[in-house]
Design a protein around this ligand. Structure first.
Ligand code: ATP
Ligand code: MG
Length: 557
């Protein structure tokens, strides 16, 4: 425990140290900086919880900033979905929603300043040539023949790049640092490129766009971010960010402090927007919010709650080393939440009819049933002569110690009577079509006479009043190796049985008016949520998770 607390706190420790040393007098200021080129996924949820969480915990502020420097890949659909997802998770950026594109003018001026200081130059090499000149980890790079252009020439060419005189790829602006640096990012990183593309916010105003490595640290500095929390792959970019801010005379004592943490990797799951987009665009799933997707919108539709995702992010903590988290831990988290907060109802997914032959045909009783043992609350459930039970709750030739229904055997119907199986009715192929039972009228749950104990209890739904329902069962979208890693060619690892649709399930009438997003525990079956496809005449449920908690079990060993 102590180890985990320390691990989850190394960023918090750094912040406390800075506050104690009086480094940031106006309090701390973080940001969540998504690129609006796809929907957010569970990895982003970790970053959101971390950045907004650190601000909350330290009475600081957290900005939402769209890093929108790549016009061809970005879209307002993504901008909208990102905001919806952050709000749904329960965080607020107040009036601090920003866009890197808000700063395009400023960023251009900063680039001009670099040129004037002799720290940036316009290069005519092609992308392939730049790559070839860059060298490798073991060999230094080679200087571009255009590297020593005069400041005047560079200013003129950069202005003409902005004015649209050149085609895409014809020229770039590069930082002038050190082609022999052991750090590849320091080998004259490209900071501006030409792209004749319409931007979702600035339209056709610009045909040159800043590169992420240029825009990101400057946006942080412009917004007065104190702690720039990011994932590990940016560690080697930090020297460039420092170089850039030094070169532009930002105060080294108050500029953003970058702290890196390990990104979240989950077993059975891809967390890359590029791959997720491929799944959507190539039609492997029904959309970004398909309940099998690890997107926040997919998890929401699947029935995950904001609390379950926040608790999960809290539980996994923050670390400095990459690791793989078991997806069963995420499932455990939603199970815990729904166990406490979802009402129990009865539903039969694989129905077989039971006729209670000694129960009058025209009789109907309303039996009292508990909604949730932790919160109390009760409802009435109708009972009548014909009911549905789950096929798996009857066995004609059961093994010993089978305590559900069997020929000549007894079982308790939850909230109702003890019944005894008297006759098994089959069709010509030998399939069981009906079970004829008798009930013990003195055994009704709650009655003073119901003093007979019986081992098995099963759920049921009365036929006359049952509502038909479509129930969608999910399994992992992708097959993995034994450790839970998804292969790189994930398109070939799709699980053909990741979705199973049950068209003819039956459910008790109390759920008739349940709105999309309402959670239930189907007794003995699992946790379910009402899908947005539902209508009062056609109920649709998604299974969130089953009842069996493999994670909690593995922790007890
Ligand atoms: P992807 O690889 O899915 O495209 P990204 O890092 O390019 O992710 P951004 O929109 O740039 O996507 O991410 C916004 C923020 O979320 C960044 O600060 C990034 O570091 C963080 N982030 C992205 N993926 C993860 C992850 N798996 N775990 C933790 N943080 C993440
Ligand atoms: Mg990114």
């Amino acid at each position: 425990m102590a180890e985990k607390e320390m691990a989850s706190n190394f960023i918090q420790n750094a912040i406390e140290e800075d506050l104690k040393n009086g480094k940031y007098t106006d309090g701390i200021h973080t940001r969540f900086p998504p690129e609006p080129n796809g929907y957010l996924h569970i990895g982003h949820a970790k970053s959101i919880c971390l950045n907004f969480g650190l601000a909350e915990r330290n009475h600081g502020l957290c900005n939402l900033r769209f890093d929108d420097t790549n016009p061809t890949k970005e879209d307002t659909e993504y901008v909208d979905s990102i905001q919806e997802d952050i709000k749904w998770l329960g965080f607020s950026w107040g009036n601090r929603k920003f866009y890197a594109s808000d700063y395009f003018d400023k960023l251009y001026d900063y680039a001009v300043q670099l040129i004037k200081k002799g720290l940036a130059y316009v290069d005519d090499l092609s992308a392939e040539e730049i790559k070839a000149y860059r060298g490798t980890l073991t060999e230094p790079g080679k200087e571009s023949p255009y590297r020593n252009r005069s400041i005047e020439e560079n200013l003129d060419l950069f202005a003409r790049m902005k004015a649209g005189e050149f085609a895409d790829g014809e020229k770039v602006l590069r930082a002038k640092i050190d082609m022999a640096s052991p750090n590849m990012v320091m080998r004259d990183t490209v900071i501006y490129r030409i792209a004749h593309a319409t931007h979702h916010r600035t339209g056709d105003k610009w045909c040159i766009y800043p590169m992420y490595d240029f825009a990101h640290p400057l946006s942080d500095a412009i917004e007065g971010i104190t702690h720039s929390v990011c994932t590990l792959e940016f560690e080697e970019h930090r020297p460039f960010y420092d170089w850039l801010l030094d070169s532009l005379d930002f105060n080294p004592n108050t500029r953003p402090r970058q702290i890196e943490f390990a990104r979240l990797n989950l077993t059975n799951t891809v967390t890359s927007k590029r791959k997720l987009r491929q799944l959507v665009e190539e039609g492997y799933v029904r959309g970004w919010d398909d309940p099998r997707m690890p997107t926040i919108s997919g998890l929401r539709r699947r029935g995950y709650t904001p609390a379950s995702i926040r608790n999960f992010c809290e539980e996994i903590g923050v670390a400095k080393a990459n690791s793989l988290v078991d997806v069963a831990m995420l499932e455990h988290s939603v199970r815990e939440d729904l166990n406490e907060n979802a009402d129990r109802v009865m539903a039969v997914l694989d129905p077989v009819k039971v006729v209670i032959t000694n129960y009058p045909e025209d009789k109907q009783e309303w039996l009292l049933a508990d909604n949730n043992p932790m919160h109390g609350g009760q409802r009435f459930v109708p009972f009548s002569r014909e009911i549905w039970i789950d096929r798996a709750d009857f066995m004609e030739n059961p093994p010993k110690k089978y305590f559900r229904l069997k020929p000549g055997g007894e079982v308790r119907l939850k909230h109702a009577y003890i019944i005894k199986c008297e006759e098994v009715v089959k069709d010509a192929d030998g399939n069981v079509t009906e079970l004829h039972c008798t009930c013990d009228p003195t055994s009704k749950t709650g009655d003073a006479t119901a003093n007979r104990k019986i081992k098995g209890t099963i759920h049921w739904v009365a036929c006359k009043t049952a509502l038909p329902a479509e129930v969608r069962l999910y399994d992992y979208l992708l097959e993995t190796d034994a450790d839970g890693n998804v292969p790189d060619d994930f398109q070939h690892a799709l699980n053909p049985d990741s979705m199973k649709v049950i068209e003819n399930a039956w459910i008790e009438p109390s759920v008739k008016l349940a709105a999309a997003g309402t959670h239930y525990q189907f007794l003995r079956t699992g946790y379910f949520v009402v899908d947005p496809d539902t209508t009062p005449d056609h109920l649709v449920f998604n299974r969130v998770v089953g009842l069996r908690d493999s994670w909690a079990k593995s922790q007890k060993k």
